[in-house]
Design a protein. Structure first.
Length: 174
């Protein structure tokens, strides 16, 4: 395999992992908004966040089986499609039911993404780079978890002042 081809494929897997986790972390970041905007109790909001994780739990092993049968590319593509569908639903239908459905689709997208992506990362990585390749892939998911709440804050704030305010706060703290 050509080394540049490996790097490009790994870059795609890392970028898709980052984007996937930008959305995966949003349910937790939205807790205060769900409570205030919809007048929901903490218990109900807890269920809204927990229901998608239950779907993820139930589909974890079947997603690995599907990855083995259908191949990496099809299941990764399907998971990214689910992610786009979830983001579209939550923007088009901002009801509690649509939010639960969107969060559930996001959890399923993550569940269907990980087995084939980890397998693909292992398969495309040269032996002497395999652990680093998995490390880059894992780090890119963590980057997505970190960017999710910041992206939400910028989106809800409507401008870049959130980042500038954070920068000023950090400068004052040092």
């Amino acid at each position: 395999m050509v080394k540049e081809d490996f790097k490009l494929r790994l870059l795609f897997l890392c970028a898709s992992h980052t984007l996937l986790h930008v959305y995966s972390n949003l349910p937790l970041a939205l807790l205060p908004i769900l409570i205030s905007e919809y007048g929901l109790s903490v218990l109900i909001v807890g269920f809204i966040v927990s229901i998608p994780r239950a779907f993820s739990l139930v589909f974890s092993v079947p997603s690995g089986l599907l990855a083995d049968r259908l191949g990496h590319t099809k299941l990764i593509s399907f998971s990214l499609f689910l992610e786009v569908l979830a983001a579209s639903l939550i923007m088009l239908f901002p009801t509690v039911e649509a939010i639960v459905l969107s969060f559930s689709l996001t959890a399923l997208a993550s569940t269907f993404y990980h087995p084939p992506a980890l397998s693909a990362t292992t398969n495309i990585s040269p032996i002497d780079f395999r652990s680093r390749g998995l490390g880059f892939h894992g780090a890119s998911g963590t980057l997505g978890f970190a960017l999710g709440p910041i992206t939400l804050g910028i989106g809800l704030n409507g401008d870049m002042s959130t980042l500038f305010g954070l920068h000023q706060y950090l400068l004052l703290q040092s």
